[in-house]
Design a protein around this ligand. Structure first.
Ligand code: 13P
Ligand code: SF4
Length: 426
């Protein structure tokens, strides 16, 4: 494995080589135009799911997004200043009755209104701590809003401004397919399996983990969750992100041949009985269409162009990309790492473009650019637009709750067990 420069203080991946923690102060190199180091404010119009074949997989599952009702086009045609002023006004009117949460992948036009910003873990903690506000406007994606509803108090309303803000990775694990895989493993007599679902999954899958002795993890606590799970069983069934599951397994020194991929479209998930019996980790065949785009070739190019560049990627990237990087971690980790670095340092970042360009704008004294020159946003996060925020807030001040995200109580109770386990992992 390639030695990595993970900073020991910031790392949640304890196995990383921390020998080269120093972040050298460098003279800023000339910027090759390909990286668009200064010009990443324009978002590409590409659809990341198409680039990595996620559409085909979702079609196989027959998954379509939830439908958002059409809102008056006037909301989109309104000048941004007028729209923003109205949102601020309504927000002031609602006062402490409203909290706005924003994931780091949201665009600046949305994030400017957030009371709290965070990664998935921090936002779930925030939702659990929230006792006052009657309404939570969740500027993120569907599974995050569901978790906020489950962790919040029963009289709170969680609202997703655009119902079509889902997550293609979460959609790759259908509860009935996960249940079928679980039953197959059980029928083979394989015991001691602890189910672990990534936060990016439907509430029904969190409930599945809750009732089967399992747990939820996020990208910021996955190694600690693996420890929790291996304290309780000999094997782990991880879904829906194959890459986060494998990257975490490698951190925990699990040999690659003991981590098998479970493809729900193949008998025995595409494995032999022997492979299944020898495995320590079953990895669901799912991936993030944004992070699957990053490649080792992009890292090599960044290192050629900027000899002193430091590369940090999200652990939803494939293993070879994570191993070729210097650091990897959740969105919160990436932010903390770059913020703590000295001025003049250069960073190539393998994560969603809205976060990268915000870091760039906030730290002009550092050179920060996205590893992927096509710079795609997460197309589902991007569906949250200030126009929808205004539309939902106008309804709220009139006493009408639109786009409320709820989870039926029996599922919510079981999902809460798995989420609470996660929140209690030290
Ligand atoms: P984190 O913010 O937890 O790192 O997760 C990234 C992500 O993909 C959210 O969908
Ligand atoms: Fe889902 Fe990937 Fe978007 Fe996160 S970045 S919401 S995992 S598609």
């Amino acid at each position: 494995m390639v030695a990595k420069r993970q900073d020991a203080d910031l790392a949640m991946w304890p196995n990383h080589d921390a020998r080269q923690t120093a972040t050298a102060t460098l003279e800023r190199p000339a910027k090759p135009t390909l990286w668009l180091v200064d010009a990443q404010m324009e978002l590409a119009s590409c659809v990341p799911e198409e680039g990595v074949g996620a559409y085909d997989r979702l079609k196989e599952y027959g998954v379509g997004p939830l439908r958002q009702q059409r809102i008056d086009r006037a909301y989109f045609k309104m000048p941004a200043e007028e729209r923003d002023a109205r949102i601020w006004e309504l927000r002031t009117q609602l006062g402490s009755r409203l909290t706005i949460l924003g994931h780091h992948y949201q665009r600046d036009e949305v994030i400017q209104f957030a009371d709290f910003q965070g990664d998935s873990y921090k936002l779930s903690q925030q939702a659990a701590a929230q006792s006052e506000a009657e309404f939570t406007l969740f500027c993120g994606v569907h599974f995050m809003a569901e978790s906020a509803h489950i962790l919040g108090s029963p009289d709170q309303h969680v609202i997703l401004p655009n119902l079509e803000a889902g997550c293609s990775m979460a959609d790759m694990a259908k509860p009935e397919d996960v249940e079928a895989a679980w039953n197959t493993l059980s029928d083979l007599g394989i015991r001691g399996i602890v189910p672990v679902t990534y936060m990016n999954s439907a509430a029904t899958l969190k409930a599945f983990c809750g009732r089967n002795g399992g747990i939820v993890c996020t990208s910021s606590n996955a190694p600690r969750v693996y420890d929790w799970a291996f304290d309780r069983g000999e094997r782990l069934f991880f879904f829906p992100d194959e890459h986060l599951g494998r990257n975490t397994g490698v951190r925990k020194d699990i040999p690659l041949d003991q981590m098998v991929v479970w493809d729900p479209f193949l008998p025995l998930g595409g494995n032999t009985e022997e492979q299944l019996r020898n495995a320590k980790v079953y990895l669901w065949k799912g991936y993030c269409s944004v992070h699957a785009r990053f490649s080792v070739a992009q890292i090599a190019k960044a290192r050629d162009d900027f000899p002193d560049v430091q590369v940090v990627v999200h652990p939803e990237c494939p293993l070879d990309v994570v191993q070729a990087s210097d650091f990897d971690g959740s969105t919160e980790y990436i932010i903390d790492l770059i913020r703590a670095a000295p001025d003049g340092t250069t960073w190539a970042v393998g994560t969603e473009i809205n976060l990268v360009r915000r870091l760039q704008a906030q730290m002009p004294e550092k050179t920060i650019f996205c590893l992927d020159p096509v710079i795609c946003p997460c197309s589902t996060m991007y569906r949250i637009h200030p126009a929808y925020m205004l539309w939902t807030l106008e309804h709220l001040v009139r006493g009408e709750v639109v786009n409320e995200i709820t989870v039926e109580p029996a599922i919510a109770d079981q999902a809460r067990v798995a989420l609470d386990r996660m929140l209690s992992v030290p």
